[in-house]
Write a protein that binds this ligand. Structure first.
Ligand code: 13P
Length: 246
């Protein structure tokens, strides 16, 4: 059975107490199903709460939204990969569009973060995606290829640990989706990029993100190129999220 990941990026929502309440309700409705994984990316302060509440339940993974590339040091306000791991993370988002476009993160920094995560046995979920004007100018694949360059120099074994999330910037929080066909085209391009570097096509996991909701998740997941979804807004409401996962 192929892998189906439902990943919730909570962004700057839900503190530790909210997270505990959320998980309590979610888990009362949750049943593990083969092939389906539910990933939570809470705010760093809520990581231990989510990790403890999930308590190693089958099919549930917890990750950080961001890490610094150094393991420790004078970087006020940052958290490192080993710290995230100590707080219960098994994975982390890297290069989310909000990190790139609001906080000015570069592909170079993104690449260093991916390496920090791999050093600490955390799964990097590298987010890529074009802005509206880039899509309109027909530059989508070029932009995505430029962002994948953050992975340059990693060998096939390391690349095989990386998950990619394709999140077109114009679809994030806007209510606009890429069509399953548009998303599949970009996913196919990303899969070929990995295949050219020695990662078998079936081993590359690529998520789609951008205004995924309970009413549009099915056609997206029906597309064989799409191995799962990365969800913002619809993941912070426990009823909506439980419905989507079900
Ligand atoms: P929305 O689902 O709110 O569009 O957010 C998508 C996203 O950025 C997930 O990382």
């Amino acid at each position: 059975m192929s892998r189906r990941i439902f990943a919730g990026n909570w962004k700057m929502h839900l503190g530790p107490e909210d997270a505990r309440q959320f998980l309590k309700v979610f888990l009362s409705r949750y049943r593990h199903e083969a092939g389906r994984e539910v990933w939570f990316f809470p705010a760093a302060v809520a990581l231990p709460a989510v990790a403890e509440a999930a308590g190693g339940r089958a099919g549930i993974v917890v990750g950080a939204q961001n890490v610094h590339w150094e393991d420790q040091g004078a970087f006020t306000g940052e958290i490192s990969a080993p710290m995230a791991r100590q707080a219960g993370a098994q994975a982390a988002l890297v290069g989310h569009s909000e990190r790139r476009h609001i906080f000015g993160e570069t592909d170079e920094q993104t690449g260093r973060k991916v390496r920090a995560l791999l050093r600490h046995q955390l799964t990097p979920v590298l987010c890529v995606g074009e802005k509206l004007e880039e899509r309109e100018q027909g530059h989508t694949l070029q932009v995505v290829e430029g962002q994948l360059a953050a992975l340059a120099g990693l060998d096939a074994a390391a690349l095989g640990q990386v998950i990619v999330a394709y999140e077109p910037v114009w679809a994030i929080g806007t209510g606009k989706n890429a069509t399953p066909k548009d998303a599949a085209e970009v996913h196919g391009f990303i899969r070929a990029w990995f295949a050219a570097r020695g990662v078998a096509e079936r081993h590359t996991t690529i998520l789609y993100g951008g205004s995924v909701k309970p009413d549009n998740v099915k056609p997206l997941l029906a597309e064989p190129e799409i191995n799962g979804v990365l969800v913002g807004g619809a993941s912070v409401n426990v009823a909506t999220w439980s419905e989507m996962v079900r």
